[in-house]
Design a protein around this ligand. Structure first.
Ligand SMILES: [Mn+2]
Length: 334
């Protein structure tokens, strides 16, 4: 970020990194006015480079049930207008300790899934030349595959923390190897994930058979179910996840259907008995001591949403993830 040549600096004025450009000033422009970038942050093109780029992927050609997550990025941005600059729950100003900017959307072909996956991969790779980390708004869960491909290229196999009602490690649907129910099987097979440190959170609901669980374990995932949280509490779930992630580079992928439909009705494959938004936010906060190298929040389908419930939940989840990613930078200043 700092482009000053140290040799031209006066000795009494050591080089200072430029302060991050924050969200639009809501004391001058009402939050409800103008176009919505995520959290009313500046666009990446306006700031050039960023520590974290927020990018949308309006793509839902991989869904097996209700379509509509292609409208997720616009809905989450629209639902993020009320996010304020200081996060007391993590004692951090996430847009002041790091440059966060909205990179707009990565365009993906809605009629050709293979081409779309290549576009998401290339789009993520290109953004990673201008931003240290990506925070992606989906889009259906298929996009986790090309995103993990780009992240693994940079960091090696990553510990994936996958919050979802579903395993998403199934094999094929109608013979198709890449759908929103299969990205983590393909990512595991292709070596993008650390098989000893990856985990699902919030799994629940009916499966096709018991073999699904055996396959899933073989593909590298430990499961913390929704029932585990009910039985043992959030603190025990956090301990279990931290032991599993074990200080590795972590990629966090949040399918908004990890939340109960009461908290997030606007999604493609809802399952009863899920987490509350309060439980999920607390778990994310507890991971601020991890090395989080990338995140996504996917499967927001606004056509089934009511009063922005799902959009607001997703916006807060992303805000908490961005805060957790900033914790490392904030620490020395405290
Ligand atoms: Mn999913």
């Amino acid at each position: 970020m700092d482009t000053h040549d140290a040799s031209t600096q006066h000795p009494q004025t050591p080089a200072q990194p430029e302060a991050p450009v924050g969200p639009r000033d809501s004391s001058r422009t009402p939050r409800f006015a103008g176009a919505a970038s995520f959290a009313l942050l500046p666009l990446l093109d306006a700031v050039g480079t960023a520590d974290i780029a927020v990018a949308g992927v309006p793509f839902d050609s991989g869904v097996s049930y209700r379509p509509g997550a292609r409208f997720g990025p616009a809905h989450v941005r629209e639902s993020s207008r009320l996010l304020r600059p200081y996060n007391p729950a993590q004692d951090i100003a996430p847009f002041a300790v790091q440059q966060v900017a909205d990179a707009g959307d990565i365009v993906a072909n809605p009629f050709d899934l293979d081409e779309a996956m290549e576009q998401v991969y290339q789009g993520a790779k290109d953004l990673l030349t201008r931003a240290g980390r990506l925070a992606v708004i989906g889009g259906d869960h298929t996009i986790a595959y090309p995103l993990l491909r780009a992240v693994a290229e940079k960091h090696g196999p990553v510990a994936v923390l996958h919050a979802d009602a579903h395993l998403d490690t199934w094999d094929t649907y109608f013979g198709a190897p890449l759908t929103h129910g299969t990205p983590f099987r393909r990512a595991s097979e292709d070596g993008f994930i650390d098989l000893s440190a990856s985990a699902h959170l919030g799994i629940r609901g009916p499966l096709y058979g018991k073999a699904d669980l055996a396959d899933d374990a073989r593909l590298g995932f430990q499961i913390t179910t929704s029932e585990f949280i009910e039985e043992h509490g959030v603190a025990a779930a956090i301990d279990r996840l931290k032991q599993r992630l074990a200080g590795k580079p972590v990629y966090i992928s949040v399918d908004i259907d990890v939340l109960d439909p009461a908290h997030a009705p606007g999604t493609g494959t809802p399952e009863a008995g899920g987490l509350t938004s309060r439980e999920l936010l607390r778990i994310i906060r507890a991971l601020s001591d991890q090395q989080v190298v990338g995140v996504d929040v996917v499967e927001v389908a606004p056509a089934y949403d009511h009063a922005q419930l799902t959009g607001i939940a997703a916006a807060h989840v992303l805000y908490e993830l961005i805060s957790a990613m900033g914790a490392e930078k904030a620490r020395p200043a405290r």
